[in-house]
Design a protein around this ligand. Structure first.
Ligand code: MV4
Length: 465
């Protein structure tokens, strides 16, 4: 299997929920057999029902099941699979897991373990991107070793700055610092938070962008050096670093900016010998300048909006390039048509965001033109309390952004989930929000949206906004 084309006969899906189903759907269309792994809490899950085989790999908590590398590898050995698709979350960005797969001669459906490791170190990732000619924010070239060193960096780049964890990503261990008096304390708390969250207390400093948009470029690369980009997604609508809604294309990009960001993303991939699906995250400032933030070396939750506007089947592409096939399309073949929006439907209270696990007593799945629902729930399913609260993704596609918003409203209205609380009412309010409709929003959108709803009568946050 080390040389020549690998054709997959059977793939193990090291995940659960909608993404496990999404991968099984792709395998079925490709004539590839599937193995589901599941925890004791997931015996009645759809991914288990739809896979050709299934193996229970441990108790409900993910540390004992979906994160249990020996259990996953044992399941792969017992069922004699050729490859493992990790989905997102869990082991998807564990360079150690990818390395074990490589050592066991089981194809990890993703980039090489060394590339996952490189991109997992945010300081190394910044250095690599700078070398590749990718714009990065001014900041520290190495982890910060002392307050003096931090002072020297801040002397060069000025306030405000943001302190980030070298092993971080996704917002944990971050501190915004606006004046010198806060710097020492912020460094210490950020480092301590990083140490307890990632077992690595290294932190670095960057210039802080106040009202950025979070724009990410989807890339697809084969193992023969071909890289294409599939345009961008705008992921600025998030709360506490959890994305709520994504759209493609971004209302903020011009064709010229899209071309530039795409070119830069391809250069970044070529520099590291990237293969499989990946995402380069950028911050876009109010003057239209963009800067590398981090690279995600996995399939992402929001990949369907890209699939809708490009007609690419990203999961199928992942499997084909992992077989050693060349990419079946070039950059010229990628055409972006229309506009797609994804709403993440979470089992949460729409106002407090408090988790709402429990029995689903009724479920109506919206349909009709331009509507896609990726989910693993069904009437009678019990949403367990152990995992992420996302239970469905509602994706719409239409000719224009305005039409996509109207389509999303009507799809949300016919998406009925009874028995638990969901974020459907929140998404309906976002669709009706004039600022969302204008397309002129930043990563601060949700904060301001929640404040508008609560009324900003005299609150400190209200006074600042
Ligand atoms: C930033 C930033 C502004 N300037 N970096 C958020 C998640 C992680 N991937 C990095 N993030 C950010 N990095 C610089 N140099 C703004 C964010 C950011 C953010 C920061 C604090 C609070 C909420 C935020 C929401 C989105 C993005």
């Amino acid at each position: 299997m080390l040389f020549g084309p690998r054709k997959f006969r059977k793939i193990l899906i090291a995940n659960r929920g909608e993404i496990a189903c999404r991968i099984i759907w792709a395998c079925k269309e490709m004539g590839i057999k599937t193995v589901a792994v599941h925890s004791e809490a997931d015996r009645d899950s759809l991914h288990v029902r739809f896979a050709d085989e299934s193996v229970c790999i441990g108790a409900a908590p993910s540390a004992q099941s979906y994160l249990n590398i020996p259990a996953v590898i044992s399941a792969a050995e017992i069922t004699n699979v050729d490859g493992i698709h990790p989905g997102y979350g869990f082991l998807a960005e564990s360079s150690y897991f990818a390395e074990i797969c490589e050592a066991c001669n089981i194809k990890f459906i993703g980039p090489r373990s060394s590339v996952i490791r490189l991109m997992g170190d945010k300081v190394e990732a910044r250095r690599t991107m700078k070398e590749a000619g990718v714009p990065i924010l001014p900041g520290s070239p190495e982890p910060i070793q002392s307050l003096d060193e931090a002072m020297a960096i801040v002397g060069e780049i000025g306030f405000p700055v943001i302190i980030k964890a070298a092993a971080g990503g996704g917002g944990r261990g971050m501190r915004i610092v606006r004046e010198e008096s806060e710097l020492e304390h912020a460094l210490e708390t950020a480092s301590n938070e990083a140490l307890s969250a990632f077992k690595n207390g290294d932190v670095y400093i960057e210039r802080y962008i106040e009202r950025p948009r979070h724009i990410e470029i989807q890339v697809m690369a084969d193992e023969h050096g071909h890289v294409v980009h599939l345009g961008e997604r705008d992921c600025s609508i998030q709360r506490r670093h959890q994305k709520l809604l994504e759209e493609a294309p971004s209302p903020a990009l011009t064709p010229e900016l899209r071309r530039q960001m795409g070119e830069v993303a391809i250069a970044a991939c070529q520099r590291v010998g990237y293969s499989n699906a990946g995402t380069i995250e950028f911050l876009l400032d109010e003057d239209g300048r963009f800067y590398f933030m981090e690279m995600n070396t996995r399939i992402q939750v929001e990949h369907p909006v890209t699939e809708m506007v490009t007609l690419a089947d990203i999961v199928r592409n992942q499997i084909r390039v992992a077989e050693g096939e060349e990419l079946a399309y070039t950059q010229e073949d990628v055409i972006i048509v229309g506009h797609a929006i994804e709403c993440r439907i979470n089992a949460e209270h729409p106002d407090t965001f408090a988790p709402s696990p429990g029995l689903i007593t009724a479920f109506n799945i919206p349909g009709g033109p331009g509507v896609r629902v990726d989910t693993a729930i069904y009437p009678g399913y019990f949403v367990p309390p152990y995992y992420d609260s996302m239970i469905a993704k509602l994706i719409v596609h239409a000719r224009t952004r305005e039409l996509a918003i109207m389509r999303m409203r009507r799809a949300l209205e016919s998406m009925v989930i009874e028995g638990i609380k969901t974020t459907i009412p929140l998404h309906l309010r976002i669709m009706d929000d004039p600022q969302f409709q204008s397309g002129q929003y930043s990563t601060k959108f949700m904060e301001q949206f929640i404040e508008r709803r609560n009324g900003n009568g005299g609150s400190a946050a209200g006074a600042r906004a």
